[in-house]
Design a protein around this ligand. Structure first.
Ligand SMILES: [Fe+2]
Ligand SMILES: [Fe+2]
Length: 373
């Protein structure tokens, strides 16, 4: 394998183990439905607690943000232009079968994340009466529904459209207390921004590597995600107790969990990044760097992504995840015991990451940032 990643993780030859093949619409729907450690989840929360949120400490910045939502500068963005179909028709047959699988995996996991936001925001909206939070959730659900629908159109080009109604009814929901929703959703919105803008900037520099027209939409798209993240930043800054004491440990936990999941997931589709002229490891560290910079608006702690133990632990978690998948595929008592052993080692590796020293941030007086990356 000429892949430079082979140097850090020889098991990468077996990455396909982490990714079930998608050959039919049933496979695509099953993939969206599956709940694994690495796949995007659906969430539910304590609506009464959401209803009690008070954003008055950040009122001025909140109102300015709500005006932007109201202005809806992306209302006409998520429609295909005349060139879209032609690009799909000429570019898609050039993808190798493996590359096609990685791209489908990317589309399905992105769609599931977008739709997960759509459902959560919609459920909160329906179950509360607090006017500030209700208005926010209405706007964010609107945006996520457009994003999910736009990706689904591209899956339908492959005859692999996801039945969103059925997914909503049948996928498992994870309950998170509101504060965990804030940490996790803030991070996923900001990481979503960082991922989309990094891809967009790369393909802006190398348009010959843009193998699907959907990437042309990413710049304005990721500004929606950026603003969604801003909303959660304001909610958390309005409740400073969420950013103090033992909660700093929760913040550290969520940052590491989100970064590690992304690292393992992205390295299971290395061809996708190579086709764009990106290396998965470099791409992920660029995304970590952007996300960490943005998070200074709200998180009092920051993980040290350049610490040698951080870097080694990410690679270790990847190797363990691959070994775990291999052991599970092997099956039987031996396979199960091996898999349990790898899961334990992964937990210990994560524990080591958690014990690494963190950097501390003084939170800026003006909370909101511009999407300037
Ligand atoms: Fe989105
Ligand atoms: Fe979003």
């Amino acid at each position: 394998m000429s892949n430079p990643q082979a140097a850090i993780a020889p098991e990468l030859d077996h990455v396909a183990l982490l990714m079930d093949r998608v050959e039919s619409s049933a496979d695509a729907n099953a993939k969206a439905l599956s709940s694994t450690v690495l796949s995007p989840r659906f969430y539910t929360t304590d609506f009464a607690a959401m209803d009690r949120l008070d954003i008055s400490p950040v009122r001025a910045e909140w109102d300015a943000m709500m005006k932007e939502y109201e202005g809806d500068n992306n209302h006409d963005h998520f429609q295909r232009d005349a060139a879209f179909a032609e690009e799909v028709r000429t570019l898609m047959p050039q993808l190798s079968p493996e590359m096609r699988q990685e791209f489908l995996d990317f589309l399905i996991s992105s769609l599931t994340s977008e739709f997960s936001g759509c459902i959560l925001y919609n459920e909160i909206r329906k179950n509360i009466s607090n006017p500030d939070i209700k208005a926010l959730m209405t706007y964010m659900a609107r945006d996520e529904s457009r994003h999910a629908g736009f990706i689904n159109q591209s899956l339908k080009d492959f005859d692999l459209g996801i039945d969103l109604g059925s997914l909503k009814r049948t996928k498992a929901y994870t309950y998170f207390k509101p504060k965990y929703i804030f940490y996790a959703t803030y991070l996923s919105e900001k990481i979503g921004y960082a991922r989309y803008i990094t891809i967009f900037r790369q393909l802006e520099r190398h348009p010959d590597k843009r193998f699907h027209p959907i990437f042309r939409w990413f710049e304005r798209w990721c500004n929606d995600e950026f603003r969604h993240g801003e909303s959660f930043a304001l909610i958390m800054r309005a409740q400073p107790q969420l950013l103090r004491g033992v909660n700093k440990l929760w913040i550290r936990f969520f940052i590491l969990a989100v970064y590690a999941t992304m690292y393992v997931r992205d390295h299971s589709r290395p061809m996708l990044h190579e086709a764009m002229g990106l290396h998965s490891t470099e791409y992920d560290y660029t995304v970590f760097r952007i996300t960490s910079e943005i998070c200074r608006q709200v998180f009092p702690v920051e993980v040290d992504i350049d610490h040698p133990v951080f870097r080694a632990s990410m690679d270790r978690l990847l190797a363990l995840s691959l070994a775990h998948a291999k052991a599970k595929a092997r099956g039987g008592i031996v396979g199960r015991l091996q898999a349990a052993g790898y899961a334990l080692q992964a937990t210990m590796t994560f524990g080591r990451l958690f014990l690494l020293p963190v950097k501390t941030n003084t939170l800026p007086e003006q909370i909101r940032f511009e999407p300037a990356w």
